[in-house]
Design a protein around this ligand. Sequence first.
Ligand SMILES: Nc1ncnc2c1ncn2[C@@H]1O[C@H](COP(=O)(O)OP(=O)(O)O)[C@@H](O)[C@H]1O
Ligand SMILES: [Mg+2]
Length: 288
Amino acid sequence: MTTERKNTTSLILLYDNIRWEEKAIYEAARKKGIEIKNIDCKDLILDLNNPSEYLDQTILQRSVSYFKSLHSTAALEGLGAKVINPLDTAIVCGNKLFTHMKLKNAGIKTPKVITAFSAESALNALNKFGYPTIIKPTIGSWGRLIALLKDSDAAKAVIEDREHMFPLYHVYYLEEFVDRPPRDIRAIVVGDSVVAAIYRYSGGNSWKTNMALGGRAEACHITKELEDICLKSTKIVGGKIVGVDLMESSRDGLVVHEVNNTTEFKNTVKVTGIAIQEIIVDYSIKYN
Ligand SMILES: Nc1ncnc2c1ncn2[C@@H]1O[C@H](COP(=O)(O)OP(=O)(O)O)[C@@H](O)[C@H]1O
Ligand SMILES: [Mg+2]
């Protein structure tokens, strides 16, 4: 098997589900005359012990599945590929608790969180922390399994259910309900630049602003403060292409609640008119 360096003008787009973003990245690369190969993660077979055809290849990791994404990143990076985002970033960003600790220790404002490791401890913690409080799985997206605990009856019901679920859900991540306008901010960072940002307003009666739950987007002006927080957060997690989620807390100002390592950006392109897919391609072909 050959191990010569690959042409850096080629890209691999690794996916497990083709969304608007994957199509847009593919089309942008083709338009620029860049060779781009789509690989379905479900078709990937990697021999971990031998030199790999992926050595030095730049790979845009776009798999939606947390486990497939994390493990294929680990394998490919270990085989010498340049995966965007890198494994260390995927490990931290894929887990809200890990992200919280990194951000907090770097002096970035985050919502207050208590964590507990049994149902009983979680309920005791909530009695001290107070209500309303949000319970979040440490790993998850699209607002799934995130619940607002308004009182101890709600907390007991939700926590009892969690006890019958996979052990991951027995790690209790309890976050203060941030007093904020009915929106949050999603900022897209590529390399050293915040390339676009949107406000996301809740859809229907939901307090969650995820686009996947029917949220509405509006362009958001990138202030110096927003830019500084986003770039610092990205640097702390070692991110290359990420979506930073922030809320405008009435008490603390801008707080970061999440950094997404396989960020969606369809609505950001739609409302800002900024061709993020092109910026991603331009950045990726120069990535070393
Ligand atoms: N602490 C909080 N206070 C108020 N709203 C929150 C809080 N945390 C999350 N939300 C809302 O819930 C949505 C989903 O939460 P998030 O932590 O981003 O999880 P996910 O990874 O599922 O997107 C956010 O976009 C925001 O609108
Ligand atoms: Mg989110």
